[in-house]
Structure formats: structure tokens, C-alpha cells
Ligand binder design. Structure first.
Ligand code: XMP
Length: 321
């Protein structure tokens, strides 16, 4: 792997910001750049950094792919606008759901997200805006896992030998590629971002698709979205690195109102981790697990079974697909 990691102990966030701003500004020159804000830590830090470097030469988009959490498009866009960064909201829900239709294989689902994002959506936005560059918040861990063949992280291109200029018509700039999550958070803090933003639990680029086993259609995304609201409300105070609900494909027999219900299964995962490379399940109090099960079976239509993952990464991974 040709990218050189900057370890947290060697990182001077203020010097890093200055250096990266200069690099971004000199690379983009008088032309324009676009970037996609998802609201996650990496993309938010990239957005603020690029805004600082480029000012009006940057157009920031929030792509509503239909796969985000409850209320996320509106809240992310308004939080960034409050920091003085203009954001254009783009409705691309149809593009993503048509690309995902009928796909059940994890890597094919990830590939569909990548193709829709870079080719369909950004291909179009770049043509319309006349931009020559796309800035994105790829981090060192994303590269590592993709190159190792564990998961094709949605945002890895050059490391897989993909020439974005030839394929999509724009160059990609990745200012955070040498950092892991704690380094990104330190840079976010040094940029003056609110703590809620730089300390947010990670959320994957493929969004809720990473948490639906089997086909990720609008109905199944809506179910996992509802389950996510419950899990995030109940586990926000657990001090964990990341926590999530996963919708399984297999059905199981349950009962409701004295009748048989061939229902759905939700798996809850809650992780302790430093940097997502290794992780272990948080030892949650049993009462909290029971409360989660009670809420998930009553608030998410059709759910009759709730499990808690107790396997560590490795051999598990943090997301389910
Ligand atoms: P895994 O599931 O590989 O996840 O153990 C490690 C960390 O990366 C996040 N993740 C992603 N982030 N694009 C991203 O930007 C992706 O395709 C992707 N897949 C997983 C995951 O949430 C965890 O924090």
C-alpha cells in the first residue's frame, strides 16, 4: 500500500490543517471542486477543510440516497449551513434504489452504491457544475480493508487501480487518507467543529444498506431505519464506539395476539473499539437488552425476534455486509 499512515502520536492537527489547505488550494487552482457531505465525521471534516481551502470554488452536495437515517438529510444540511458552509441537497433516491433492485450479494450491493455514486450521480453533478475535482473523506482504515480484500469500501478507487479521470471525468482529492478515526476527530476539533459533529459515532458510506441482509429495497430500508431510531436512542449513553440494528433475511415463527406470525429478526450490535480495526461487543446490562427487545418488537412492524451479537471483530466485522 503506497499511502503512508500518520499515527495519532505524530499528528499536529493545526499544522496538518494548514498543509492540507495549501495542497487542496494549489491542486484545484482556479478551477472548481465538488464534495459530498454525508454527515459522518470523515465527510464533515473534509467539507470544512475544503471550504476553508477553497471558499466559493467548492460546491458541497448532500446526496439524499434514500438510505440515510431518520431525519438525517435535513439535520446534516442545516448543521453545516449553521457553520457557514452552503450545501446543495440532491434527491437521488431513485438512482440508488433502481441500482440496488434485486441485488442480495454484499459485494454486489456495495459495487452498486459505488457505481451510482461516482458514475451516475457525481458524473452528472460534475458535468453540470464544470468542476474538475471531487474531494472526499477516505481514511486509512478504508484503504486497508479494501486492499486486504475484506470489504470493498465504497470510496476506494485509486488503490484499486481505478483512474477516476478516465472513468468518471474528474480527479479525486483525499485529504484525510493518512489518518485513522482518532486523527480525523482531532483535526475536526482543531477546525473548531462542534463536539457533536467530530465525536459522532461512525456511519458507513453505503449507509443503511450495510445493515440489511438480502435485498435493500425501500420497504426493508424503512424497517431498519425504524429499528435504528430505537437502538440509537437506547444506546447513545453506553459510551460505545458504534451501535446499530441489522435486519436479517431469514424469517422465524413468532406469535402475536394469540396468532402465529412468521416474522422478522433484528440483530443488535454494539462495539467497543479504538479505530474500527478490531472491536469487541460492549458488555451491555441485560436489563437494557430486554428493553431494546421490548421496543423493537413493539415499534418495528413484523419483528418477532431480537438478538445481540457477542462475536468480536475479527472474525466478525462491524457492519453486517
Ligand atoms: P467493518 O464493517 O469493515 O467497518 O468492520 C469498519 C468501519 O468502517 C465503516 N464502514 C465504512 N465506511 N465506507 C465507509 O466510509 C464503507 O463502505 C464502509 N463500510 C464500513 C463501519 O461503519 C466501521 O466504522
Amino acid at each position: 500500500m503506497s499511502v503512508q499512515e500518520i499515527k495519532i502520536g505524530d499528528l499536529n492537527p493545526h499544522a496538518f490543517i494548514e498543509e492540507q489547505c495549501e495542497l487542496i488550494s494549489s491542486q484545484v487552482g482556479d478551477s472548481k471542486a465538488v464534495n459530498a457531505l454525508s454527515g459522518g465525521v470523515d465527510s464533515s471534516v473534509t467539507t470544512i477543510l475544503a471550504h476553508r481551502a477553497l471558499g466559493p470554488r467548492l460546491i458541497t452536495y448532500f446526496i439524499d440516497n434514500g438510505l440515510m437515517r431518520e431525519g438525517e438529510p435535513e439535520s446534516v444540511v442545516s448543521a453545516m449551513r449553521n457553520l457557514g458552509v452552503p450545501v446543495v441537497l440532491v434527491d437521488s433516491r431513485n438512482d440508488f434504489f433502481s441500482a440496488l433492485r434485486g441485488k442480495t450479494d454484499p459485494e454486489q450491493k456495495r459495487q452498486a452504491i459505488t457505481d451510482t455514486f461516482y458514475e451516475t450521480v457525481f458524473g452528472r453533478l460534475v458535468r453540470e457544475s464544470g468542476a474538475l475535482y471531487l474531494l472526499q473523506g477516505t481514511i486509512y482504515t478504508d484503504v486497508e480493508e479494501t486492499v486486504a480484500g475484506i470489504k470493498r469500501q465504497h470510496n476506494i478507487l485509486a488503490q484499486l487501480g481505478i483512474d477516476t479521470e478516465e472513468l468518471y471525468g474528474y480527479k479525486v482529492i483525499e485529504p484525510l487518507i493518512q489518518l485513522r478515526k482518532p486523527g480525523v476527530r482531532a483535526v475536526g476539533k482543531a477546525l473548531g467543529m462542534p463536539e457533536k459533529m467530530y465525536n459522532r459515532p461512525p456511519f458507513p458510506g453505503p449507509a443503511l444498506v450495510a445493515r440489511v441482509i438480502g435485498e435493500a429495497n425501500p420497504e426493508r430500508i424503512a424497517l431498519v431505519r425504524k429499528a435504528t431510531v430505537v437502538v440509537e436512542e437506547e444506546l447513545a449513553g453506553a459510551g460505545a464506539f458504534q451501535y446499530m440494528a441489522i435486519l436479517h433475511e431469514d424469517r422465524v415463527t413468532g406469535m402475536r395476539g394469540g396468532k402465529r406470525e412468521y416474522g422478522l429478526q433484528i440483530e443488535v450490535r454494539c462495539w467497543d473499539s479504538e479505530d474500527a480495526v478490531t472491536a469487541s461487543p460492549t458488555p451491555l446490562p441485560f436489563d437494557l437488552l430486554l428493553k431494546l427487545a421490548g421496543r423493537l418488537t413493539s415499534e418495528v412492524p413484523g419483528v418477532v425476534s431480537v438478538t445481540y451479537n457477542v462475536a468480536a471483530k475479527p472474525p466478525s466485522t462491524i457492519e453486517a455486509i
